[in-house]
Write a protein that binds this ligand. Structure first.
Ligand SMILES: NC(=O)c1ccc[n+]([C@@H]2O[C@H](COP(=O)([O-])OP(=O)(O)OC[C@H]3O[C@@H](n4cnc5c(N)ncnc54)[C@H](O)[C@@H]3O)[C@@H](O)[C@H]2O)c1
Length: 360
């Protein structure tokens, strides 16, 4: 049996969902500690998830003997400093999205990660749904053919109660709106399937809630592989839905999970161009072996990578692609122009993607 890794979860909002996932993987993980500035949250999580300790001081957590992994689930503006401290302490790091708030910060983290003994895993748990993994299998087997067009919809709802949490809805702390916080998952799934983005034209608006950041987006995208994509995002849907459609030369693929926050999960629909292609799809998918999904899916794969010395399931390059798309979206919306990627160090928004003046 491979080694159990001792993990500490920092930040106990969505961090509680991470704890649930570690609890579901008892052969791979021991929940060594939980950490939150709010002592009551720490004590509750310690009891609920059988953690070894509840700690309020992050520096004390990093000094705990026997700790392997720090999993950071604190507000976005805190990520960079907490990641750098954990890497400097020689630990493996897992961190929630967005990894950080600019391309410059991302590159600084990348330098720290390269020097560090531990690994760095950005969270993109939606990738590990069985539906999306089936598409990855068909792609690997060369069945899809030329990519044509992808349509990516994130129609969710956020109301005043969501923004009562003080860090949300503000540039300084959330680091952006629906493109940074909610649609980041579906947009990562687009890049997971079709590779990097080449060019972006974005319209943004804030119409649903009285917040600083955008809550609706319509974005037109050219991928580096030559295909096109549209990204449609709102936080004002009265019925929540996430939907991905990928049109390839030989098949059209659609996510049909009715759960807006489990887009990658089954059922997904695969429609081949001819009966022969349909038959091939059916035979390949008959051999598909489902594995853990969502957070447990990412954590199980991280465990395998750390203990087996293999590639991590999500890397800093994936975070770079995600943050470059965000930078391009904000720059396009601010300037009313199309923005080419990659985002070089000389780009005016390399150090800070926040629009100088909101045009919407
Ligand atoms: N992957 C997903 O599906 C998903 C879903 C929700 C949130 N998130 C991300 O997770 C992060 C947290 O979001 P949330 O909604 O859970 O926020 P939250 O406000 O509900 O919880 C954050 C917790 O972090 C604690 N905290 C803040 N600074 C800290 C520090 N320095 N040390 C210890 N604890 C600290 C706060 O006290 C709070 O309890 C954000 O980056 C968010 O974008 C990801």
């Amino acid at each position: 049996m491979s080694r159990r890794l001792a993990v500490a979860v920092v930040g106990l909002g969505i961090g509680r969902n991470h704890l649930q996932a570690y609890q579901a993987l008892p052969d791979q993980f021991e929940i060594k500690a939980v950490c939150d500035l709010d002592r009551a949250k720490g004590d509750a999580a310690k009891t609920d998830f059988g953690a070894g300790a509840a700690i309020t001081d992050y520096a004390a957590l990093l000094a705990m003997p026997g700790l392997d992994i720090v999993d950071i689930c604190t507000p976005p503006n805190t990520h960079r400093a907490l990641i750098e401290q954990a890497l400097a302490a020689g630990l493996h790091v897992i961190c929630e999205k967005p990894l950080t708030g600019s391309m410059a910060d991302l590159e600084a983290i990348a330098v720290a990660a390269k020097k560090a003994r531990g690994t760095l895993s950005p969270i993109f748990q939606y990738r590990f749904g069985s539906g999306l993994q089936k598409l990855k299998l068909l792609q690997e087997k060369g069945l899809c053919g030329k990519p044509y067009l992808s349509t990516i919809e994130t129609s969710w709802r956020r109301e005043a109660d969501y923004y009562e949490v003080p860090w949300r809805g503000k540039w300084a702390t959330e680091l952006g709106g629906c493109c940074v916080s909610q649609a980041i998952h579906a947009h990562d799934m687009l890049c997971y399937v079709n590779g990097p983005v080449k060019n972006v034209f974005a319209h943004l608006t804030t119409r649903v809630n009285p917040i600083e950041v955008e809550d609706c987006a319509a974005v037109s995208v050219q991928m580096a592989n030559g295909s096109l994509a549209t990204l449609a995002v709102t936080m004002g849907a009265t019925e929540e839905l996430s939907r991905l459609r990928f049109m390839f030369e030989h098949l059209t693929v659609e996510s049909r999970s009715t759960h807006p926050y489990r887009i990658g999960d089954d059922p997904w629909h695969f429609k081949g161009r001819t009966p022969a292609i349909e038959e091939k799809i059916a035979s390949l998918l008959a051999g598909f072996k489902p594995s853990a999904e969502s957070f447990a899916g990412q954590f199980a794969r991280i465990h395998a990578a750390i203990t087996g010395g293999t590639a991590l399931p999500v890397t800093i390059d994936d975070a770079r692609a995600s943050l470059a798309l965000i930078t391009a979206i904000y720059h396009s919306a601010e300037t009313g122009t199309a923005v080419a990627l990659p985002i070089a160090a000389s780009h005016p928004k390399y150090a800070n993607w926040m629009p100088a003046a909101r045009r919407w």
